[in-house]
Design a protein around this ligand. Sequence first.
Ligand code: ADP
Ligand code: MG
Length: 618
Amino acid sequence: MAKVSINLATGSVQKEDIIVGIDLGTTNSLVAFINPEGNPQVINDTGKGVLVPSVVHFQSNGTVLVGNEAKEFLIPDPQNTIFSVKRLLGRSYHDIEPNKDFFSYKIIDNDIESLVKIKVGDQFFTPIELSGLILKELKERAEHALKTPVNRAVITVPAYFNDSQRQATRDAGKLAGLDVLRIVNEPTAASLAYGIGLNPDEEKIIAVYDLGGGTFDVSILKIQNGIFEVLSTNGNTFLGGDDFDQAIVHYWIEQNRLDKTEVSNDQELSQALRLKAEEAKIALTTQNIFNGAVNDIPCAISRITFEELILPKVEQTIGCCANALRDAGLGVDEIDEVVMVGGSTRTPLVKEMVSELFNKPVQDKINPDEVVALGAAIQADILAGNRKDILLLDVTPLSLGIETMGGLMDIIIPRNAKVPSKAGRQYTTSIDGQVNMKISVYQGERDLVKENRKLAEFDLKGIPAMPAGFPKVDINFLLNADGILKVQAVELRSGVKQEVEVKPTYGLTDQEVEQMLIDSIQNAKGDVSQRMVIEARTEGEQMIYTVERFLEKNKQYVSPAEVTDTKALLEKLKLALASGDKDSIHKNIEEVNEFTRPFAERLMDQAIATAMKGKAIE
Ligand code: ADP
Ligand code: MG
């Protein structure tokens, strides 16, 4: 029920402002709310339809169009008509380069590591600004249809969005003038729309399969005591119905012996083919054959051919489902329900294969285009305090950690950890008198940070000069309910503290999350042995550093013979380091350790012992 309050000053009745749920899709966006009867309902602003194509068009006179009107310009004015901007949110040019032909508008490519920018005429736009324009349109449609101001929203994102992408979505909401109360995973919203978990006595395990225009997600959710818990997530942020369309376009290019480069250079033609392909795909949901044409190019395709073309893509999604099951530690038979989400799940082959994998009929009663927005509205209702018995738990799809010596990834919040989540670890310095500590935050599963995604970097400054190994630096990660990461560093001895708002310095790398996971599994063995060598080498280098400093400073406590012998042992250790044989490194470290331990004891100086233990950051 929408709450009503009375303004005591004027005596007028005010509707408490409504919190809407928004599905900001790659292809289509829409907004929903809880109607006065208490049911979720999508908003259809008079005659404009429910789905707002996620397309923005810039006219030469400065007018900006969003939605269906903008979509009209995809063919006649591709340079000034932006589609699929969600694929660019939180990403760098480097990330999207393999798919750059997909975009018919100008993406700035001279700074490949920073977040992408789009050039329209002589103006530059970020994907955040463009998404903001779509959200603004949704807000205005909601206000027009509901005849009340709309200032607060819940916005959904694919489960695989990383922190940078979630932050970008939140920022887009801000630009649209929306207070974004929560960023919710789309599969979580979808299961809410099916009412699953609203009854506290219900205990179920659900698989949510979401194949939209541009992204694919699968999540395994557990519902217990009215609590949603995401057991695992998997997916591919570059797989969706758009790929089905592209497969059809390529097929027609081959069938008609067209020159591929010529077609892709002719932006109007490739757009027209793309739209015709989508028309064919949708027709093939209910028909066995499609016949059409673009200009004088015949465009025909049968359902059988279509299914052959898309089979590898659908199989990929099935593979993701199997991975999600494995990560959740569940067998197919333990899944009680399978929920279908996204327009592309209307394709019969998709339904068949998903149903076959899970060995049961799929849930597809609710319109797959609307189900996420409806669930977002329910989530908004929960946040408004109308359904207090429900609590949502999510998981983080990739591990979060920091770089330690030798370029190693030190995971602080592991993959699939529950969100919100808080974790920390203590670190120390590697050099005497070190006053700054560089903290680099990464996301990913590989052992070397260079294989992972850098999210942020900052310096903890003003650590008082102390011997190496003395400072105690606590690094805490706080992953909030939206999946946004805050990193805090405190040097405990001095109290020097840095509460840093982590701003992503890079977008995603070009690898998809799924690929990252596959890579981490394939390279696991090599990674681990590499990590072990690096750890041994780092330990050896620190040992050499510490012992040499010790000898320099404490000559009076060590006999000349001991100095000579120690130096000989250090030389041996250096040779071992150069060899890269970790067993030999460990052996030599141990020898130095044994020989020098009495020195430290003799001096009652803990410095050396501490330095040899603590993990250090360069
Ligand atoms: P997104 O979440 O990425 O915005 P949607 O859930 O709106 O995507 O799904 C859009 C995709 O669904 C498009 O690729 C569209 O072509 C596809 N689609 C819509 N209707 C059908 C249909 N009847 N059969 C197959 N695909 C469809
Ligand atoms: Mg969607």
